[in-house]
Design a protein around this ligand. Sequence first.
Ligand SMILES: Cc1cc2nc3c(=O)[nH]c(=O)nc-3n(C[C@H](O)[C@H](O)[C@H](O)COP(=O)(O)OP(=O)(O)OC[C@H]3O[C@@H](n4cnc5c(N)ncnc54)[C@H](O)[C@@H]3O)c2cc1C
Length: 375
Amino acid sequence: MIYSISELPALLDRYANEVIKPHILDWERNHHASTDIFTKAAELGLLGLETAKDKGGLGGRFTDKFMLASSLSEHSMAVPFALINSQNVAARLSMSATARHHEEIAPALRAARRVGCTALTEPGAGSDFAAIQTSATKTDGGWIISGTKAWITNAATADTIMLYAQTDPEKGWRGIASFLIDAHKPGFKRGKIYDLIGGHAIGAGEFHLNDYYAPDEDMLAPPGEAFKIAMSGINGARTYVAAMCIGMIRNALNQAILYGKERKSFGQPLLSHQGLKWSLVDVRVQLESLTLLAEKAAREIDQESPNAVLSAAMAKKLAGEITIPAITACIQSMGANGLLEEKHLGHHLACAKIAAYTDGSTEIMNDRIAASFHS
Ligand SMILES: Cc1cc2nc3c(=O)[nH]c(=O)nc-3n(C[C@H](O)[C@H](O)[C@H](O)COP(=O)(O)OP(=O)(O)OC[C@H]3O[C@@H](n4cnc5c(N)ncnc54)[C@H](O)[C@@H]3O)c2cc1C
């Protein structure tokens, strides 16, 4: 069945109802998500969200990815995080000049026969991405790559990896190139997969490359270009992480309002007590502020506006700062019932903390925003 991007809201509802809601608690309790998260997304076309229509995708724009991130995060931030990371690789490879990339690998990613991820972070380098140690050394017809990557989304299952490596340490960021890595080839070894409360579906973990051979055609971006491409892509990542926070706050607030209408204390619905309803008013205003800022960033990304750098950093900073207090206020308003695992508010809290690190921590957002004072 071929879907169209105009059906996206209905497709997301279907995915949430059929895939996430019935299973997310089991996945959390088992510390492991089913690969259904990819196969069912593939059936609905979601893994081709940003791949052009003439290349077999839905032809969506960044604002569509924003909708996917916020909508599915109402039920679990971890699942859209995993999906988006794989679809990003599919979209990128669908535009590759190399036939094998766009004719074989990208369709396999869209069909969930493969799972994708992007690997920058290492055990010794996170915020300071230019300090990565994974090395790429030129050899006949290709590159020999060795090193360890850590904190990589989908590391549990990914076999198609956009990986960043240093070709010449003396050149710093200018020496970094990106490569396509195939986990089925010699030299690749999957490592530890982390237990992350609320985030097991992210499948975050490590892998090791030991004299992995990448042919020249698998260099995705040469030294000098790769770092800039990673930095431009990060505006999108910061904005969809903010969208995920919007989804989690929206869900927490909706639950708190429903509960407050039904539950009574001292003869009245909880929501009629001024102190309690005002705490939720604060959450409502924070949610609106974050939504306006993050949607602005999303529109600027679609317009390829240079302003997106600043808007994305501001949206991510605001999300990193307000999401935990906002969800906490909602839990508080629901009394002990807010703590029940099936309400997912505890998972949202843990994921809100994850959101404060991924794709640049709040402190790094501060640096990014402060840089605009000098421009
Ligand atoms: C669930 C999850 C999934 C992830 N998925 C991916 C992925 O798919 N691919 C990938 O490449 N990476 C991924 N990451 C890694 C993520 O991008 C890093 O966690 C992030 O860049 C921060 O790096 P770090 O954790 O090493 O912290 P560090 O860089 O070690 O920083 C530690 C602390 O110091 C602060 N700090 C650092 N530098 C400064 C400074 N100059 N001024 C002030 N404070 C500073 C930071 O803000 C942070 O609070 C993921 C992380 C998580 C948690």
